[in-house]
Design a protein around this ligand. Sequence first.
Ligand code: LLP
Length: 425
Amino acid sequence: MDHFEYRDGVLYGEEVPLTRIADEFGTPCYVYSRATLARHFRAYSEALGSHPHLICYAVKANSNLAVLGLLARMGAGFDIVSMGELERVLAAGGDPARVVFSGVAKQEAEMARALEVGIKCFNVESRPELERLDAVAGRLGKIAPVSLRVNPDVNAGTHPYISTGLKDNKFGIPVDEALAVYQFAATLPNVRITGLDCHIGSQLTELSPFLDALERLLALLERLRERGIEVQHLDLGGGLGVPYRDERPPAPFDYATALLERLARWPGSEHLTLLFEPGRSIAANAGILLTRVEYLKPGETKNFAIVDAGMNDLIRPALYQAWQAILAVDTRQPRDTATYDVVGPVCETGDFLGKERMLAIAAGDLLAVRSAGAYGFVMASNYNSRPRPAEVMVAGDTAHLVRRRERLEALWAGEALLPDDEEAH
Ligand code: LLP
C-alpha cells in the first residue's frame, strides 16, 4: 500500500495534490511519500519481531539524503556499494556501525574509509578482495569484520540483468568454494569473520528461491561449525519484489515468517542476527515521477504522448522493458481517451516511459509514472544535456524540496576549454 491516491479526481501524494507540486517545483520531478517509506520500513522490522535483526536499506535504490535520514532515524542500517554511498549515509546521520559494504570491486581507499569510520561488516566477494582487505586493515592497525558473499546458484526467476545468484553471474563466491575461502579468512591476522551473506537477485515474486538459498547457506554454516568457524549474522540480501502491474510478490511479513519458521529448526538460530538489504520493496512504490505532456502527436499506426521526462530521468522502461503504471494526475476535465506510447524528448527510439497506454489526456496535462521511487533518480543521467529533475518529499500536507532541479551550469561545471592553440586558427 502507498499514499498516492485520487481525491475528487486529482492524484495526491499524502495530503498534497500533485498539481500543486508541479506548479511549485516544475516538471519533471520525483515525488516521494514519507509515510509510505516509513510504512515499508516498519513492515520489515515488525515482521522480524523479537528475532535479532538489522534492516540495512540498500542505498543504491534511492540515495537522497532525506530518504536516508528518515530511515536512519527509524533505526535502519544501510547496505552500501561505494565510498559515495558511505559518505551519503554519514551526511544523512546514519550510524556507520550499522553499515554493510557490498560490491565486487572495492578499492583500497574505500576500504580504508570504511575501516576508519567503523562499519559493521564488509561483504567480501572474492579471495583477492579478502587479501586486499587484510592488507589495508593491517596498515591501519584495524581488524576488518567480514562476511563472505556466497553465490548459492539458485535461479531467482527474474530479469537476467537483475539476477545475481546464478553461477554465471560475477557476484559472490561459489558456494562450493566458500568453505575453503572461509578457512583462508580464518588464517588472516587483520580480518574477523562475523557473518555469511548472499543476494540472489532483485524483483523476486516468489519465496522459494529465497528459501532454497537459505537451505544452502545453512548447510554451509553447518560445515563451518564443524571446522570451528561460527558467524554472528546471516545476511540474506535484498530482492523482494513489488507490484508494478499485476505481480503479487510476498509481503515482508510472509517472507520473514517463512524464514523464521525454517530457522527455528536450526540449532542456535536464536543467536543468529538476521540482516536484510531491501531497496526496491522500501522505496519503489513510495515514489512517482511527475511529468507534463508537451505534445500529443497522433499517427497512422501509433499515437504519441510526448512528455517532458525521458529515459535520462527514468531509464527502467528503456533498459529493462520495465512496465510502470502511468496515470493522468487531474481527471476533472473531460478528455477523449486514446492509446498512446508515452515518449520523452531524448533523441533515441528507445526513449519511452510506457507503450500502448490508454489515457484520457490533452497537451499540458500532468502524468504520474508510478513505482518510480527505487532505481529512478539514482539512475538518471544528463544525456542530451538535460539537467536532472527535482526531488520532493511529501510529509502530510507539506511538500519539501529535497533536491533542487539541477542547474544548467552544473552540466558543464568541472569541464574546461582547451588553452588557446595556434593550430586551431
Ligand atoms: N543488496 C545487494 C548486494 C544488491 O546488489 C542489491 C541490488 C540489493 C541489496 C537491493 O535489492 P532490491 O531489494 O532493491 O531488489 N536497477 C535495477 C535493480 C538492480 C538491483 C541491483 N542490486 C532495476 O531498476 O530493476
